[in-house]
Design a protein. Structure first.
Lengths: 704, 591
């Protein structure tokens, strides 16, 4: 199948279903967009697939991979539409979900609610069995209890069961045995064992992860089966893959049994895009900045790899002043790309609070009525309105002119709601709105960089999403980030991430042991075992041996701490007992992250982690064709644009991005417009256009 | 203050974000590098930034009590030590309850922040240490003087020019049982302040110290403006209530608390005259702790968006006579002042219930509910200490049930995971679950309490219960019934001995301590509760069939899981006429 060199990515969001197709040998890209079909998402999937194949004039059989990103899992949890699920725990602990962490999601709210458990209490069963904290059996499993529970489960038409026994992360025997007996008595029930899904210490978090997995299995299974059936009927014979929360891919078959790994499937793609583009441009360290209509998402890529967190809650937002801790959602302990998401997008509403202070967001005008300037009846001023008043947006050019903006309405909304109450003139008010949105985004950029011990000067900023390029230059300036990367078609760049990542399987084994007491060979044995599992899974997914790769990591901490630092554990270091290099790295990392280290203190391992990769060929970036043109040829106008640093409107040239060719330099102040986005280049900066059409913004040499 | 300088909305946001962010970064650094379960997992700490005039400007993640206490302690400690005696890289340590602290376990570390040689302000954090010496492991217990409660640390320099003052450090650690953990926790506290100072230095570099100082004043004025506007929306008048802590830990005499809340054009005054004289027993609250309680209550009544800075705190006015349990004098012991503090929260809510019914909950757990223990760990031969506080039922609200098993009011600490606890401490937890039928019945019911069983298999342990609610359950409101009281039980020699809520005992190998915390009070008459809700509670096993009938007047067919409407109507008619059938739930009812 030499012609099967096309890769299709389909991202189903709440409003639109987006598709991106790439020719993996040339890098040629096609895009398509249709309205989502929430009643039956597979319908939209099929429509957009047909569209894009038609556009590219390809037969279904030419597809090698189809990669899917979906919010089906998240939405099911947030909206409480999960499958009927049961939970089996150690006797005496069946209320683990009800009690949760025993805290209130907000400190001063007397009307708070704890998140509703995903499994109601009458479906939680305790079984006699017990392990001690070393994993030894203290009380044997009461096997006779399981068939009784199986009867109840079947009578109640429960489709899925989670099993989470205390200390099972050290010894899976009881969970496995309970699972076997249950399966024998209830063959149609899907069973998720905590020792399999999330084998890590701290029972509530492990149980929560396992329960989410169980509660999603029937939902995600049916969803993916339907899509698969439709695609097969259409003649698509390719491998079908899903984007995981970690940014890696997994097969539909794996996703059906481990759906908790794809809970944050959608947002991961943007960061992968940023990593991919940066790598192609020779940059290893990038901050990704994706700003759309309602939110902005910021992530960090270090050494080419997105930063991953295992401290995540589905359906909760970190509150300002909460120290980054959350309690309003459902924790999971699977790898998730670490994103900071804030309520600052083009549609974010500006308002004057009761203390007389200007605020922006988190309320959004959404798509309907949208910003005041859309003329759809919205009277609240938004960030988009402010950008329009400042001359940064072209009233006749959004979406290639399909969306007209009314400057008078924007002006009136800002005047009425902001300028008059605060005693400012309208321009100053509009500038304040944009800058206050910027302050929130700068804060998010700081969270992923400075707060985690990274110096922004060592990073590039990759900006995309419809609104990202409007704000990126200003943010980079404030953060001292030397280069800002604006990919072509920023509005759809995120979907590219689906097509440029690898198949991954993540494994972890808990091994809590002081490093100075580690038996030589123990670490090697654990990694060897994890690698066997990884190889088997990759082979089952159809990955050829030559494409298999492995990344090993170890979580370390000072004995007594509860939070670990994850360090790379290069293959080859697994033999012998000389861990001094690793220890030194740990002390250094602790110092970098927390500002201190204690070289004399004992250090312990916590988890050994292995990611098995089925590497996929990355399509090259497509060099832009066409003859070189001068800058003047790309200019199609000029307009006054307000810049805070000039404290005035400055007459700025407007360029058509499609007409900018490689080697061109665009000096600021300037505006670069294209179909789905607008790039603002501030005075003192310039944009270099590279061979791919990417804009690279940096300071003009003479600029301080 | 430069009145004429205009308020630039952008700079305002820059400064506000940066200051909050600095304290958040402190919190992250502290939690992630701490050693004791109480700090790293249960998050029993808080962080704040003060300006050079010692006004609190920004705070992050937190226990409400700490925040109110820091507001007092930091200015007193800095003034006592002398700001002029502090240099860059220094930090002073203090836990003296009579200098603005709460109890000895809460140790504060305060560091000055300088900008180009000029004093800019202070970063401070307060963390609950698992042990500070004294008469029992974990430093909780029913003592008669503060001197028995542990080491009292007046403001002393623990860090000088970035280096630990080893003499002081050793002297302090010498008094403490769990030395390794405590040393790690102190280092985490130092890391937190270093992080905060670094972040603030960056802010001043970007924005300039004069501008930042100007906007700090604006931030406080802003909070004051918004607080005044919110207070103006509250009903004016004087509202009072009283309540009791069940006993003082030494005598069985209940501790009376009285609160008159006066709301008028001048703001809010919490007048606590009439509260009992201080006791030679642990239930005494320092002024700082009482202040924290009142500030918490006031904050709950306002828009949560108002930043908790000096502009807000200065609006909290308190009349608490010295020498009482709400403003004790030395040498009164204070470790159980938490119980008084938490009850005061509820007395204030009760006073406001008639005029703010949609806002205040019925009585809830409202106690600290410490479980503290320690001994020689047979695995290591080292002295270990463990401390946690257990959740209980929250009070029912105007239009919703009280949540089950949750922390209430001034504290919001997490539970200690069982796997972590068993791994690092020689204890086994046999049971951790809700207490069925512990809710206070009502149109909206209170939350359930929880049960936790500790067994010690292989060594002798000193165990302290420092809690309350063992005489009466939390009150209901507007015809709601009280929640079930708490029980503290020592299982030994084949008997279940009921313990006092404030006691220290020896536990031998194989013996068990059992906590059953209280449920929350109900809201509105139980016979008005939607029978479908009662049915659901019964199906969930939270309320028994029998109790559905006697306490709610709802007859349920447990075969079909349906409500017998005819019988329910009859039961409820009788109940309305005679009052609830459940005799037990009548006692201790509100009013």
């Amino acid at each position: 199948m030499s012609e099967a060199r096309f890769r299709l990515g389909v991202d189903i969001g709440g409003t639109f279903t987006d598709a991106t197709l790439v020719d993996e040998s040339t890098g040629h890209l096609w895009n398509a967009k249709v309205s989502s079909t929430p009643g039956d998402p597979s319908q939209g999937f099929l429509t957009v697939t047909q569209h894009i194949l038609d556009r590219a004039a390809l037969a279904p059989g030419t597809l090698r991979y189809v990669v899917h990103a979906t919010t089906v899992a998240t939405n099911a949890i947030i909206e409480g539409r999960v499958a009927p699920t049961a939970l089996i725990t150690t006797e005496g602990f069946r209320d683990i979900l009800e009690i949760a962490r025993q805290i209130r999601p907000s400190l001063y709210d007397t009307q708070f609610e704890k998140p509703t458990p995903l499994v109601p209490r009458d479906r939680c069963f305790g079984v006699r069995e017990r392990l001690d904290a070393a994993g030894a059996v203290v009380a044997p499993l009461d096997e006779s209890a399981i068939p009784r529970i199986a009867n109840v489960i079947q009578a109640a038409e429960i489709e899925s069961v989670a099993v989470c026994f205390l200390h099972s992360y050290l010894n899976a025997q009881h969970e496995q045995r309970a699972g076997e007996i249950l399966q024998a008595h209830a063959p149609d029930v899907a069973i998720s064992l905590s020792s399999d899904v999330a084998p890590e210490i701290r029972e509530y978090f492990r149980a929560s992860t396992t329960v989410i997995n169980a509660a999603l299995r029937p939902i995600v299974s049916r969803y993916l089966e339907k899509i698969e059936a439709r695609l097969r009927a259409q003649g698509i014979v390719s491998e079908l893959l899903v984007m995981q929360s970690s940014g890696g891919l997994m097969t539909f078959a794996d996703a059906r049994s481990r759906p908790v790994f794809m809970v944050e499937s959608g947002p991961a793609a943007g960061v992968i895009t940023a990593a991919h583009l940066a790598k192609a441009l020779g940059k290893r360290n990038v901050i990704s900045f994706d700003m759309g209509g309602t939110t902005a998402k910021v992530g960090l890529v270090q050494d080419g790899a997105p930063r991953i967190t295992k401290d995540y809650e589905v359906g909760s937002v970190a509150q300002p002043g909460s120290g980054g801790f959350r309690a309003g959602g459902y924790p999971i302990r699977t790898p998730v790309i670490d994103l900071v998401e804030i309520g600052a997008g083009g549609g974010s509403i500006a308002w004057v609070d009761p203390g007389g202070v200007l605020r922006v967001g988190p309320q959004s005008a959404g798509a309907d009525p949208g910003p005041a300037c859309y003329g759809k009846g919205g009277s609240e001023p938004t960030v988009t309105d402010a950008n329009l008043v400042l001359g940064r947006l072209n009233p006749g050019h959004l979406l290639g002119g399909d969306l007209k903006l009314d400057g008078a309405l924007a002006h009136a909304a800002i005047e009425e709601r902001i300028a008059k109450p605060l005693g400012l003139d309208v321009v100053r008010a509009a500038h304040s709105i944009v800058e206050i949105a910027n302050v929130a985004m700068i804060n998010a950029l700081r969270l992923v960089s400075v707060q985690r011990g990274h110096d922004p000067r060592d990073f590039a900023l990759t900006a995309f999403g419809g609104a990202g390029p409007l704000h990126a230059n200003r943010l980079a300036h404030e953060m001292n980030i030397p280069v800002t990367i604006i990919p072509t078609s920023p509005g759809t760049a995120s979907a590219l991430g689906l097509l440029v990542t690898d198949i991954t399987y993540d494994y972890a084994t808990t091994l809590i042991e002081r490093v100075d007491r580690l038996e030589p060979g123990v670490v090697a044995d654990v990694f060897a075992d994890l690698r066997l599992q990884g190889t088997a899974a990759l082979a089952a997914a159809g990955v050829a041996a030559v494409d298999m790769a492995y990344v090993q990591q170890v979580d370390l901490r000072y004995v007594g701490q509860s939070y670990e630092l994850t360090l790379p554990y290069p293959h080859g270091e697994t033999t012998g007992s000389d861990f001094s290099g690793l220890l030194q790295e740990f002390h250094d990392e602790h110092n970098r992250v927390y500002g201190h280290s204690v070289p004399g203190e004992p250090v312990e391992t916590v988890n050994l982690r292995l990611t098995a990769l089925g590497t996929i060929v990355k399509p090259p970036l497509l060099a832009k064709s066409g003859a070189a043109r001068g800058l003047q040829e790309a200019q199609y106008g000029a307009r006054p644009v307000y810049f805070g640093e000039a404290d005035a409107f400055v007459d700025s040239p407007i360029y058509d991005r499609n007409l900018l060719t490689a080697g061109t330099e665009v000096p600021g102040p300037a505006i670069v417009e294209e179909y789905d986005s607008t790039t603002v280049i501030h005075p003192g900066y310039y944009a270099a256009v590279d061979q791919y059409g990417t804009l690279l913004l940096s300071k003009q040499p003479s600029h301080p | 203050m430069a009145e004429t300088e205009s308020l630039d909305p952008i700079t305002f946001e820059v400064v506000r974000h940066a200051l909050t962010e600095a304290t958040e970064e402190m919190a992250v650094a502290l939690r992630r590098s701490a050693y004791s379960t109480n700090i790293k997992t249960r998050a029993d700490f808080s962080c704040a930034f003060f300006d050079r005039d010692l006004n609190v400007v920004a705070q992050a993640f937190c226990q409400a009590v700490h925040l109110g206490s820091l507001v007092h302690l930091v200015p007193i400690a800095v003034r006592a030590y002398g700001a002029e005696n502090l240099a860059p890289g220094d930090a002073i340590l203090c836990n003296d309850p009579y200098l603005g602290g709460v109890h000895l376990n809460d140790i504060s570390l305060i560091s000055p922040v300088y900008c180009e040689g000029e004093l800019f302000g202070y970063v401070a954090n307060m963390a609950h240490h698992v042990d500070v010496g004294g008469g029992a492991p974990a430093s909780v217990g029913a003592f008669r003087e503060v001197y028995q409660e542990g080491i009292i640390i007046p403001p002393v320099k623990l860090v000088a020019g970035g280096e630990i003052v080893e003499d002081v450090f050793r002297l302090i650690l010498g008094q403490i049982r769990s030395k390794r953990e405590t040393a790690g926790d102190f280092r985490a506290q130092m890391a937190a302040n270093a992080t905060g100072a670094r972040r603030l230095a960056e802010l001043m570099q970007q924005t300039g110290i004069e501008t930042v100082n100007h906007y700090i004043k604006e931030l406080m004025a802003y909070a004051e403006r918004r607080t005044r506007a919110e207070i103006a929306k509250l009903p004016q008048g004087e509202f009072s209530a009283e309540g009791y802590v069940d006993n003082d830990g030494y005598t069985d005499e209940p501790v009376r608390l009285v609160a008159k809340v006066r709301i008028d054009d001048d703001g809010v005054l919490f007048d606590l005259n009439g509260s009992d004289p201080q006791r030679r027993a642990p239930v005494n609250s320092t002024f700082a702790q009482t202040f924290s309680a009142c500030a918490y209550n006031l904050k709950c009544l306002m828009d949560p968006d108002i930043p908790p800075n000096q502009g807000f705190y200065q609006m909290v006015r308190i009349a608490a006579p010295e020498g009482t349990v709400v403003n004790c004098k030395p040498p009164a012991p204070v470790v159980g002042g938490w119980e008084t503090h938490a009850r005061l929260n509820e007395v204030i809510f009760k006073a406001l219930a008639p005029v703010l019914p949609e806002c205040v909950p019925a009585g809830g757990k409202a106690m600290q509910c410490h479980a503290g223990f320690g001994g020689i760990d047979p695995r290591t031969g080292e002295y270990y200490c463990f401390l946690e506080t257990l959740a209980g039922g929250y009070g029912a609200r105007f239009q919703s049930d009280g949540p089950d098993a949750v922390q209430t009011h001034g504290q919001n600490t997490e539970n200690a995971p069982i796997e972590e606890t068993e791994r690092y401490y020689p204890v086994r937890i046999l049971r951790y679950e809700l207490v069925d039928d512990s809710e206070g019945p009502g149109k909206y019911r209170g939350g359930l309490g929880l049960r936790r069983d500790y067994v010690f298999l292989d060594h002798d342990v000193t165990f302290t219960v420092l809690a309350d609610r063992d005489k009466a359950g939390p009150w209901g409101l507007f015809g709601g019934e009280p929640g079930r009281q708490a029980y503290y039980i020592h299982d030994h020699d084949g008997e279940a001995e009921v313990l006092s809520s404030k006691t220290t005992i020896d536990v031998r190998p194989g013996e068990m301590i059992r906590y059953e915390t209280c449920g929350g009070g109900g809201h509105g008459p139980p016979w008005q509760r939607d029978p479908k809700r009662v049915l659901n509670d019964v199906r969930q096993g939270k309320v028994s069939l029998e109790r559905a009938r006697t306490a709610y007047g709802v007859a349920i067919d447990a075969e079909q899981w349906t409500v017998d409407t005819d019988e329910t109507a009859y039961l409820r008619a009788t109940m309305q006429h005679d009052g609830p059938h459940d005799e037990a739930s009548k006692t201790g009812a509100a009013q």
